[in-house]
Ligand binder design. Structure first.
Ligand SMILES: NC(=O)c1ccc[n+]([C@@H]2O[C@H](COP(=O)([O-])OP(=O)(O)OC[C@H]3O[C@@H](n4cnc5c(N)ncnc54)[C@H](O)[C@@H]3O)[C@@H](O)[C@H]2O)c1
Length: 310
C-alpha cells in the first residue's frame, strides 16, 4: 500500500513514525513545500527502518504520489502559529480556517492530477470544514477528517483515570466539531456496560465538578500540550496511523471520524465505519435531549464556518 503524507511538520513526522510502527504502509512518500524538511525527515527515519516492519520512506513532490491509495494531509498552520491558543476564545481552531483553506485550494487540485483514486484523510485544523472543502475540490466522496477521534481517546483516558480502569474498557464518544463546540456523550459513557454517570453519582465528590474538570481538560488538551512542546503531535500521530490502517485494510471499523452528513448538510463527527473508500456508513449515537441540542449547535457552527470557504 502506498501512502502520501502531505505536510511534514510536527504532525506529519509523528504520523509517519506511527504509520511505520504499525506496519500498515509499504511505501510512504513525504511531500512538503519545505523540500529540505521532507528530505531531512525521510533520511532520519530511513536510518531506523531496519528495526521497523518493511517499508520505504522517501521525500518527493506531488507528482510522486501517483498510485497512492491514501493521502494524509497535515499541511498548514497549527494553533501556535495561527494564534489559536486562548482558552477563552470560543472560535478555537476555526481561527485557522481562512489561512488553511487557501493552502487547500492550491494543494488539493494538484493532488487530484496525480492521485485521483486515493482516499483522503484531512488532519489540518479545522479538519471538518477543510474536509468539506476537499470533497468539493476533489470531486469525490472518499474524504474524511480525523474529526473527534483524538477527543474521543482523550475522553476515554480521562474516564479511565477517574475510575481507575484501563482505557480499553471505557466506551465513550465525543461527537460534533473537532473544536470548542464538541459534544462529550456522558449519557452513554460506560465501563463494561456500567454507566459512568451511575458510578460517579455514588461518589462523595459532586458529579458536576468531576464532569466540568474532565470536559475542560479535553476541550483544551491541545493548548496544554502546546504550552509544553509547541504542537500537539504524538496523540494525533497515533490516531492517523490507526485510521490509515483501517483504510488500507478496508476494515469498516467504527470511529468518530468526520464525514459529510446528508441529514445535517455538514461534515462533522458521528460514529462511522471506515474502509478503503473512506466512510461507508454512519450511525447517530444514542443521546439525551441536551446532548442532541448541543450536537445541533455544533453542526450549526460548522455549517457557518464551511459556508465561508466553499
Ligand atoms: N486534527 C487534529 O486532531 C489535529 C491535531 C494536531 C494538529 N492538527 C493540525 O495539523 C496541522 C499541522 O500541524 P503541525 O504542528 O504539524 O504544523 P507544522 O507547522 O509543524 O507543519 C506544517 C507543515 O505544513 C507544510 N506546508 C504548509 N503549506 C504547505 C503546502 N502548500 N504544501 C505542502 N506543505 C505545506 C509546512 O512547510 C510545514 O512543514 C495544523 O493545522 C494543526 O493545527 C490537527
Amino acid at each position: 500500500m502506498k501512502v502520501g503524507v502531505i505536510g511534514v511538520g510536527a504532525v506529519g513526522a509523528a504520523a509517519t513514525m506511527a504509520l511505520l510502527a504499525r506496519g500498515c504502509a509499504r511505501e510512504i512518500v513525504l511531500v512538503d513545500q519545505n523540500r529540505a524538511r521532507a528530505k531531512g525527515v525521510a533520511l532520519d527515519i530511513d536510518y531506523g527502518l531496519p528495526l521497523l516492519p518493511p517499508a520505504d520512506v522517501s521525500a518527493g513532490e506531488a507528482t510522486d504520489l501517483t498510485g497512492a491509495d491514501l493521502l494524509i494531509i497535515t499541511a498548514g498552520v497549527n494553533e501556535a502559529a495561527g494564534g489559536a491558543t486562548d482558552r477563552n476564545d470560543p472560535t478555537g481552531r476555526l481561527r485557522l480556517l481562512d489561512h488553511n483553506a487557501a493552502i487547500y485550494r492550491d494543494l488539493v487540485p494538484e493532488l487530484m492530477t496525480t492521485a485521483p483514486e486515493a482516499t483522503i484523510m484531512v488532519v489540518t485544523d479545522p479538519p471538518d470544514p477543510l474536509a468539506a472543502l476537499t470533497r468539493t475540490l476533489a470531486g469525490h466522496g472518499r474524504v474524511f477528517s480525523t474529526g473527534t477521534v483524538l477527543d474521543t481517546l482523550r475522553f476515554r483516558r480521562h474516564l479511565s483515570q477517574l475510575l481507575q480502569v484501563r482505557a480499553e474498557d471505557v466506551q465513550a464518544l465525543v461527537v460534533g466539531e473537532h473544536g470548542t463546540s464538541e459534544v462529550l456523550l456522558w449519557s452513554s459513557a460506560n465501563v463494561g456496560g456500567v454507566p459512568v454517570l451511575d458510578i460517579l453519582s455514588r461518589r462523595s465528590e459532586p458529579i458536576d465538578r468531576a464532569r466540568a474538570q474532565v470536559e475542560s481538560e479535553i476541550r483544551f488538551a491541545n493548548i496544554s500540550i502546546i504550552e509544553g512542546i509547541g504542537a500537539s503531535q504524538y496523540g494525533i500521530g497515533a490516531v492517523v496511523a490507526r485510521l490509515a490502517e483501517a483504510v488500507v485494510r478496508n476494515e469498516q471499523a467504527l470511529f468518530t471520524v468526520a464525514a459529510h452528513d446528508p441529514a445535517r448538510g455538514v461534515t462533522l463527527s458521528l460514529l462511522s465505519a471506515l474502509g478503503s473508500h473512506g466512510v461507508t456508513q454512519t450511525y447517530l449515537p444514542a443521546m439525551t435531549e441536551d446532548e442532541q441540542q448541543a450536537l445541533e449547535h455544533s453542526a450549526e457552527i460548522l455549517r457557518q464556518a464551511t459556508a465561508k470557504i466553499t
